[in-house]
Ligand binder design. Sequence first.
Ligand SMILES: [Zn+2]
Ligand SMILES: [Zn+2]
Length: 315
Amino acid sequence: MELRFRASLVVLLCLGGVAVVDAGQDVCRDAPVAVQVLGSGGPFPRDGRASSSYLVWIDGRTRLLVDAGGGAFVRFGEAGARIEDLSLLAISHLHPDHVSDLPALLWLSQVFRTAPLPFVGPSGNDSLPPVDTFLDRLFGEADSAFPILSGTRGGGNAGVRLDVTAVDVTAAEPTLVLVTAELSVTALGVPHGNVPTIAYRTEVGGTSVVFGSDQTGANPAFVEFARGATVLVMHFAVTEATDGPRHARPSVVGQIARDAGVDTLVLSHLSGLDPAHPRYGDFSLSDLDASVAEVRASFAGNLIVAEDLYCLPVE
Ligand SMILES: [Zn+2]
Ligand SMILES: [Zn+2]
């Protein structure tokens, strides 16, 4: 099974078959609804992949940005995305591979947009602050890392103002975080070690896209949350032999996709170390074929291994 490909292509693994699909941004612009992978990588700078970031396009406009890990700034521009078109910027959790390009994306954003930008992220716990405090520490007018971006927090400097909501990650039921004429977005806390983390689901017309984020897969409510999704994006960081506390093993990813009855599963957040590293074998890129086979043992629907800038029409 061929899983290595040119940067502009992905392999679509259907039942027993392999199809190569173009990943050009025109696909996203022309589709009524599309999801685009900006960053298909994890926390390690391997394989030319940016860290976690995704767009949802509706009628040629970028309405939803989920996560902004390292490299998202460059991919956002390459995709032709526009901050002024966003209905929501949603952050799954505060690990740097999901948020570290926020300053780059928001710098001088007031040049493009004057309307406040709805922004949602996780509540806090003993180890991490809620997302609004995180943003104050980044961009607040006093004692922050980037006071020059205090406009994002209602101050007088640069940056479009963020209209921030912190979602309670302990809530048993999904939280509705946005409704517009085009889309709705709900959020659900998922287990990711001790890091408050959110999965997002967006409904557009009769289609739905679920972003599972980093998680162990141990919250059974997530299967209900993802039920019947047109597209489910799952993070695929570790190999089956790994017993880490933060990421779902490939077999668990496959079981979730099967149990939720999704049409298409996108495997992203692919992670790897240098082959000389003693933990090389813990991460998905060390043997992607073997990890995908673990998913295939339970999930028979469409299966896509993500590449940066890959665009998937949602229908
Ligand atoms: Zn991550
Ligand atoms: Zn994480």
